[in-house]
Design a protein around this ligand. Structure first.
Ligand code: 8YV
Length: 317
């Protein structure tokens, strides 16, 4: 009999789903009309869980899965998983470390350029026929140059480093903050986030959200200032979202490129009305290449755990 696996989020790569279906009986909770009842009825037989970085899994749900041998996170963020509980239970929680670094860094730079160069606003201007109605160049404001901007990165992990390398390629001086200075990167360390914001033209958030909720607040945004841009490809809750909305609507920062939000999929309506905000739908890792690599890591983690081995990417065991 094939082992039972509980899947909390869809995987969009057919070849990964084919392999999952070939090896396991996959219970797709997101397809169930009554997920709570489904879990009560089938939870006892689940040996593995597949979840997304944003979805994670609560202690309450893990408690309903007594035969569980692995939580495979199809992502790098584990802030939505109760790691302390998993650790205490000896349960491996594996993440897809390293698989999505390049794509997430690409989107961070893409969002920054899109924001400071008004790419989406001008796209709407052209599509809406405004260019024909108002062909004079003064109809569109001048944008801001990205090359050479002082880029401040919050979180110098894998993704932060990949963003730094890209920014340096555009001639940007790079500084960063993290819990400590890194000895193996050439960028300038600034311990204090407000100080980093003050010395940056663009602040890019690439930190884990576990212990950093709301670190970007009104004081940090004011330090970034009216010419400064914010980019967030990490987690929405790193930012105090009402403070961000207030700073953007009152022009206290210049603009923001946001892939993540505090209460996804809900975006504060005030942001949608602003031309200096570029939004994405939590898609930094959403390429064929990365999602396939992530799916392969999920498959490997489950196979290792069910074979009684420690999954190579386990963060808890
Ligand atoms: C994914 C993420 O969108 O890696 C993470 O932590 O949030 C994203 O890469 C998500 O995990 C896909 O399931």
């Amino acid at each position: 009999m094939k082992p039972d696996i509980l899947q909390l989020n869809p995987i969009l790569v057919p070849v990964i789903n084919d392999q999952l279906n070939a090896l396991y009986t996959v219970h797709r909770l997101y397809e169930q009309a009554a997920p709570d009842a489904y879990l009560r009825e089938h939870g006892a037989k689940m040996r593995g869980v597949i979840t997304g970085g944003h979805t994670g899994i609560s202690k309450a749900m893990m408690e309903q899965l007594p035969a569980l041998q692995i939580v495979a996170v199809n992502g790098v963020g584990t802030d939505a998983v109760d790691l302390a509980y998993a650790r205490a239970r000896g349960l491996p929680v594996a993440a897809t470390l390293g698989a999505l670094t390049e794509d997430v860094a690409d989107l961070a730079i893409g969002l920054l350029i899109a924001t400071c160069r008004d790419i989406c606003t001008v796209d709407r201007f052209v599509r809406g026929g405004e260019w024909v109605r108002r062909p004079q160049p003064s109809a569109i404001r001048l944008a801001r140059r990205f090359s050479g901007m002082r880029v401040g990165i919050v979180g110098m992990g894998r993704v932060g480093r990949a963003i730094a390398i890209r920014a340096a390629g555009f001639g940007c001086p790079v500084a960063y903050t993290d819990l400590r200075a890194m000895t193996d990167v050439p960028w300038t360390y600034i311990a204090d986030l407000k100080e980093l914001a003050r010395s940056s033209d663009a602040l890019v958030l690439a930190a884990a959200a576990d212990k950093a909720e709301g670190i970007v607040d009104a004081a940090v945004l004011d330090a970034l200032g009216p010419d400064g841009f914010l980019v967030n490809i990490a987690r929405g809750r790193l930012v105090n979202e009402p403070d961000l909305v207030a700073a953007l609507t009152s022009g206290r920062i210049a603009g923001a490129g946001l892939d993540v939000f505090a209460d996804e999929p809900h975006v504060p309506p005030a942001l949608l009305a602003l031309d200096n905000v570029v939004c994405q739908a939590h898609r930094a890792s959403a390429t064929h290449e990365t999602r396939k690599a992530m799916g392969e890591m999920v498959l490997a983690a489950i196979a290792q755990a069910l074979a009684g081995e420690r999954p190579a990417m386990s963060l808890t065991t």
